[in-house]
Design a binder for this molecule. Structure first.
Ligand SMILES: C[S@@+](CC[C@H](N)C(=O)[O-])C[C@H]1O[C@@H](n2cnc3c(N)ncnc32)[C@H](O)[C@@H]1O
Length: 247
C-alpha cells in the first residue's frame, strides 16, 4: 500500500519567484516529485532540492502534455513504493483559470490525499503597475474573464463584460483583442481606458496603456510578449511603473 502518497497543489504566483508563499516553499522542500507548468519561474525549483522535476507545461508550437496525461503522471508517481509526495506547481493560483479541481479529484479516486496552497493569481498584477481594480466612489465591482473558451472561441462573458462591467481583467485575451475591442465599441465605450501587461512582475515585464479605440494600434506597434493580461476600466488610465519592493 502506498500509504505516504499525497498530492499538494501549489500556486507559484504570477511570475516573480519571490511571490510564492512560505507554505508553497515548505511544500516544495518536502516534495519527492514536482510537476511544473511553463509559467513557473525556474528559480522556484531550487527550493525542491533532491526532488524529481517534471515539466508538463504548454509551449507554443511544441507537443504539450495533455490534462489526462498530467492526471495520470500524478497518480503514477504518487503510488510508487510506499507512496510519494507530489507537488503540482501551477502558475498564479491553482483554482483561477487552472484545472486544480480536476487534478485533486482524479488523484482522490486512487486514495491519494490532496491539499492546496493557494497562490497570488495574476489577477493581482494590475497593482504592480499602479492600476486599481476598484476605486472608492467609482466602481463597486470588477470582473475577471477568460476571453477564450475551452473550444478556443470567444467567450460569451466577453460580451457581458463589454456591456456591463466597469472594470475587467481579461486572461488569454491577446489573440482576441480585436474581437474584445469590437464588443466594447458596440457598447459605445470607445473612450474607456485599457492597459496591457506583458510578463507581469518579471524583470522582462512591460506595460502600455491607451483606450478601447487606440489599443489595437498600440498593440500591433509594440508587439508585447505573452503571457499577457488586458485591463479594461477607468483604473487602466493610472498605469505607471511602480517600484517593486526589493531588499
Ligand atoms: C491558463 S491562465 C492561468 C492563470 C493562473 N492560474 C493565475 O491564477 O494567474 C494563463 C493566463 O494568465 C495570464 N498571466 C499569467 N501570468 C502572467 C504574467 N506574468 N503577466 C501577464 N499575464 C499573465 C495570461 O493571460 C495567461 O494567458
Amino acid at each position: 500500500m502506498a500509504e505516504k502518497a499525497r498530492l499538494t497543489l501549489v500556486g507559484a504566483g504570477p511570475g516573480d519567484p519571490e511571490l510564492i508563499t512560505l507554505k508553497g516553499v515548505k511544500a516544495l522542500k518536502a516534495a519527492d516529485v514536482v510537476l511544473y507548468d511553463a509559467l513557473v519561474h525556474p528559480d522556484m525549483l531550487e527550493h525542491a532540492q533532491g526532488a524529481e522535476l517534471i515539466f508538463v507545461g504548454k509551449r507554443a508550437g511544441k507537443y504539450s502534455v495533455t490534462q489526462k496525461e498530467i492526471n495520470e503522471l500524478i497518480v503514477e508517481h504518487a503510488l510508487k513504493g510506499d507512496g510519494q509526495h507530489i507537488v503540482r506547481l501551477k502558475g498564479g493560483d491553482p483554482f483561477v483559470f487552472a484545472r486544480g479541481l480536476e487534478e485533486i479529484a482524479y488523484a482522490e479516486q486512487y486514495g491519494i490525499t490532496g491539499s492546496v496552497v493557494i497562490g497570488i493569481s495574476s489577477i493581482m498584477l494590475p497593482g504592480y503597475y499602479g492600476i486599481p481594480l476598484t476605486s472608492r466612489g467609482i466602481n463597486q465591482s470588477f470582473t475577471a474573464v477568460t476571453a477564450t473558451t475551452a473550444e478556443g472561441g470567444l467567450s460569451e462573458e466577453v460580451v457581458n463584460a463589454a456591456k456591463n462591467s466597469p472594470s475587467t481583467v481579461f486572461f488569454m485575451g491577446s489573440r482576441k483583442l480585436d474581437l474584445i475591442v469590437a464588443e466594447y465599441q458596440k457598447a459605445g465605450r470607445g473612450d474607456l481606458p485599457v492597459a496591457v501587461i506583458s510578463n507581469g512582475s518579471l524583470e522582462t515585464g512591460s506595460y502600455f496603456k491607451g483606450t478601447v479605440d487606440t489599443i489595437v494600434g498600440l498593440f500591433n506597434e509594440k508587439q508585447p510578449e505573452p503571457p499577457i493580461l488586458l485591463i479594461f476600466g477607468h483604473g487602466a488610465a493610472h498605469a505607471h511603473a511602480v517600484q517593486s519592493y526589493k531588499e
